[in-house]
Design a protein around this ligand. Structure first.
Ligand SMILES: CC(C)(C)[C@H](NC(=O)Nc1cc(F)cc(F)c1)C(=O)N(CC(=O)NO)CC1CCCC1
Ligand SMILES: [Zn+2]
Length: 183
């Protein structure tokens, strides 16, 4: 099972790479990667398991965050209307998005970032994502609200983009992990 010590922290080059698309049909290895990332998210949201293994409660995880430079990520959360999103997706891409932007008023964090970074992260408020599910079947998702933000945060990881890259006015020093922390 994935635990926090398998999660790569900022400063590791894999978080700044552009991840490679995966071949379809999905290999057993890629299916297992998606499944293990989804399992981590579920475990991290289970109070008993999270406490037992000291997991940070996560809603999304991208393959580069476990050192796999492939275009795979998993999400496990419910949106404002209580619709559950619990899935792994392969080769996701944004096919359209609103001009209108949206942001989490308290800013964002990241499982790969062990520090608080102030500032809102502008995102598309609505977007359509196409990709392939864990069975390799094509999927199209029309997203808005919180889940749209989660997807954009994970999509950015596949392109080596960290949430704080998008915060207006952040100095370069603030964008660099302190040397002592980039273990
Ligand atoms: C970095 C962290 C703060 C752990 C963030 N969680 C979160 O925002 N809220 C949360 C998580 C729960 F599991 C249950 C709950 F009620 C609230 C998160 O998982 N991510 C995912 C991530 O780092 N992916 O790479 C960061 C979020 C920032 C905006 C969208 C995803
Ligand atoms: Zn993240």
């Amino acid at each position: 099972m994935i635990t926090m010590d398998q999660i790569v922290r900022e400063g590791h080059p894999v978080l700044r790479q552009v991840a490679q698309p995966v071949n379809l049909p999905l290999t057993v290895e890629d299916k297992n990667t998606l499944q293990s990332m989804l399992e981590f998210l579920k475990n991290s949201q289970d109070p008993d398991i999270a406490e037992k293994y000291d997991l940070r409660p996560g809603v999304g995880l991208a393959a580069p965050q476990i050192g796999v430079a492939k275009r795979l990520f998993a999400v496990h959360t419910t949106d404002e209307n209580g619709k559950e999103y619990s899935l792994g997706i392969a080769n996701p891409k944004v096919v359209s998005h609103s001009v209108e932007q949206n942001e989490l008023e308290n800013g964002e964090g990241c499982l790969s970032v062990d520090r608080e970074i102030e500032g809102v992260v502008p995102r598309h408020s609505r977007l359509t994502v196409k990709g392939f599910d864990q069975n390799g079947d094509p999927i199209t998702l029309r997203l808005r609200g919180y889940i749209a933000i989660v997807f954009q945060h994970e999509l950015d990881h596949l392109d080596g983009i960290m949430f704080y890259d998008r915060i207006e006015g952040l100095s370069d020093a603030q964008k660099r992990p302190l040397p002592g922390f980039a273990l």
